[in-house]
Design a protein around this ligand. Structure first.
Ligand SMILES: [Zn+2]
Length: 180
């Protein structure tokens, strides 16, 4: 009895996370990795829960983001990545010692919900948020892996910023560069 109840609870948590990911327009593959649900169940969930709202929640096809350079390509994205990273860190999603193993161990139900919370806080704090949920998942992965991007410190105030692993020059946060 207890075992089946636990199993039911776990399944419900998976479905809740899948729905939360779906409302953020996550790809089926991303939802599969984080919830462990089959593609078939994810598609059914999409149809049954978001069917009527489906025209407002587009599905994205094709490849998930895979280029860390995206986060460095403009000052605006760099600054927003730093804001998002601070919320990811707040949700304990950035390991103290990034590694491939830490990145591989990242996906899971509890961390998935905390990732959604971090993303929702970011979109609340930055109303014109430019970083999509898929890219937020990718940033979380990059920071856990640490081979291309890391959490760094502003050279003036010590504030948290996202930097390349081997930055060419010292980096400053948006307050110290006067960028808003
Ligand atoms: Zn600063």
């Amino acid at each position: 009895m207890r075992i089946s109840e636990d199993r039911y609870d776990r399944d419900r948590q998976r479905l809740e996370l899948a729905l939360r990911f779906l409302t953020h327009e996550a790809r089926t593959q991303t939802i599969h990795v984080w919830t462990g649900l089959s593609d078939h169940r994810i598609r059914n969930l999409y149809r049954s829960h978001l069917g009527r709202a489906a025209c407002y929640v587009p599905r994205h096809r094709g490849q998930s983001p895979h280029q860390a350079a995206y986060f460095m390509r403009s000052l605006r994205i760099q600054q927003e990545a730093s804001v998002l990273a601070s919320f990811l860190a707040q949700q304990e999603l950035v390991p103290a010692e990034p590694s491939a193993a830490a990145a591989a161990a990242l996906p899971g139900i509890a961390r998935g919900h905390r990732l959604c919370t971090a993303f929702e806080t970011y979109t609340f704090m930055v109303p014109t948020a430019a970083i999509s949920f898929e890219y937020a998942v990718f940033l979380t992965h990059c920071l856990a892996r640490g081979d291309q991007l890391r959490i760094g410190r502003c050279s003036d105030c010590g504030g948290m910023i996202v930097v390349e692993r081997f930055p060419i020059r010292e980096k400053r946060c948006q307050h110290c560069t006067g960028g808003g």
